[in-house]
Design a protein around this ligand. Structure first.
Ligand code: MRU
Length: 379
């Protein structure tokens, strides 16, 4: 994607320093565009936990890079039980954020590829290749999601006689949350490229304002018409015919099509359902947890620090300020995600096509997963 007309992925290996991973500090966007270095597995853990990086695919990629950086630790070269040491780092990286399943998927993939390696050098070569393949696959999946979602936008545009298609999105499932293109935003960028008029309603997404700070910025950088709305406005806009479709991302989608995404997604789905507005989830298959069915009972929901709710951040033209938004006697509860049940979802936009949010729907696109049935009952 473009920043000031220059193309970037959201994470990459420093071209001259194989021990340095680079990414954007998302905590400072859009006010300051700062590229930061991650040079150790501990720094990768901290970056994920503190949300310097965020968004399911990027969390997975950062975790994978973290495991690669662990292979470069001097103490690994001397260690007898290299795989055990790497397994410890894998667990540490995995414990940073619990909801996005991409982290587990990416860590397992890098770790498993190192199982037969003979020494630390072979481990780091193998890990780096595995990381690069994850990055390239994520980009390819986002591109395919874009093409598949584009057809849904094109159809609505046709029905509206070419009038702008109004798309509501929540949180940030854009380029900066993925590796490139984004998931929910990929069809929007493609629609614009193809001359289909689109307009995006961007939920601000309290408490961390990923919509206001990241999605709105990305759309602006890429010339997509958009307006910011407060988190509670979507239902009203839907009642008044101002939303044609909703597209959001996901951190974990179960085998039966239940979807965990940023807190507030469920309320948007309820409002869309009540107003017969199509509600789509854009997801790479790295976000599907084939091992569970019931999202409400089985997806771990991250609880973050109350400070994120009690305080808000803004820019005064010179620097970012943090201010308290409530009296000092008030505490807060801060669940990071909620689960939208499959019955409220019109369809899942994957890299292999669009399917109903159901086990049958997902298995029709991913038949190789038929044999990997989870222990729970069919519901
Ligand atoms: O807490 P965050 O900002 O990591 O949450 C991100 C989201 O909920 C995104 O919508 C989701 O990860 C999809 S990103 C393609």
């Amino acid at each position: 994607m473009l920043i000031n007309q220059k193309h970037y992925r959201s994470i990459w290996l420093h071209p001259d320093h194989p021990g340095v991973v680079q990414t954007f500090d998302q905590r400072k966007l859009p006010f300051e565009v700062e590229i930061v270095d991650i040079e150790s597995p501990q720094q990768a853990c901290d970056a994920i936990k503190d949300m310097l990086v965020r968004g399911a695919p990027l969390i997975g990629a950062t975790g994978a890079f973290g495991l690669y950086l662990a292979t470069l630790l001097p103490e690994l070269g001397e260690a007898e039980n290299k795989l055990q040491k790497l397994s410890d780092w894998k667990e540490k990286l995995l414990s940073t954020r619990p909801t996005a399943v991409n982290l587990q998927w990416a860590l397992e993939r890098v770790y498993n590829r190192m199982a037969d390696c003979l020494d630390a050098d072979e481990m780091s070569d193998t890990a780096l290749k595995a990381v690069q393949s994850i990055l390239d696959e994520e980009v390819a999946m986002s591109e395919r999601i874009g093409m598949n979602g584009l057809e849904l936008i094109r159809e609505i545009s046709r029905r509206k006689g070419g009038a702008p298609v109004n798309i509501l999105t929540h949180c940030n499932a854009g380029w900066i949350a993925c590796i490139d293109y984004g998931t929910a935003t990929a069809p929007i960028y493609l629609a614009k490229e193809q001359g289909i008029p689109v307009h995006v309603w961007v939920d601000e997404t309290r408490p961390r304002n990923q919509g206001a700070r990241l999605t709105a910025w990305e759309l602006g950088e890429n010339g997509i018409p958009h307006h910011l709305i407060v988190d509670n406005a979507g239902g009203h806009l839907m009642q008044h015919g101002m939303v044609d479709m909703v597209i959001v991302g996901t951190d974990r989608t179960t085998r039966q099509g239940d979807v965990a995404n940023k807190i507030g997604t469920y309320l948007k789905a309820l409002a869309a359902f009540d107003n017969q507005i199509p509600f789509y989830i854009a997801l790479p298959s790295s976000t599907i947890d084939w091992g569970i069915r019931d999202g409400i009972r089985e997806i771990p929901i991250e609880e973050r620090d109350e400070e994120e709710v009690l305080f808000s951040e803004g820019w005064d033209g010179a620097r970012i300020h943090r201010i308290r938004v409530t009296g000092t006697a008030t505490g807060a509860v801060n669940h990071g995600f909620d689960v939208t049940p499959a019955r409220l979802i019109t369809g899942l936009i994957t890299e292999r096509g669009v399917c109903p949010a159901s086990e049958e729907g997902l298995l029709s696109l991913f038949p190789e997963k038929i044999s990997t049935s989870p222990p729970g009952p069919l519901s």
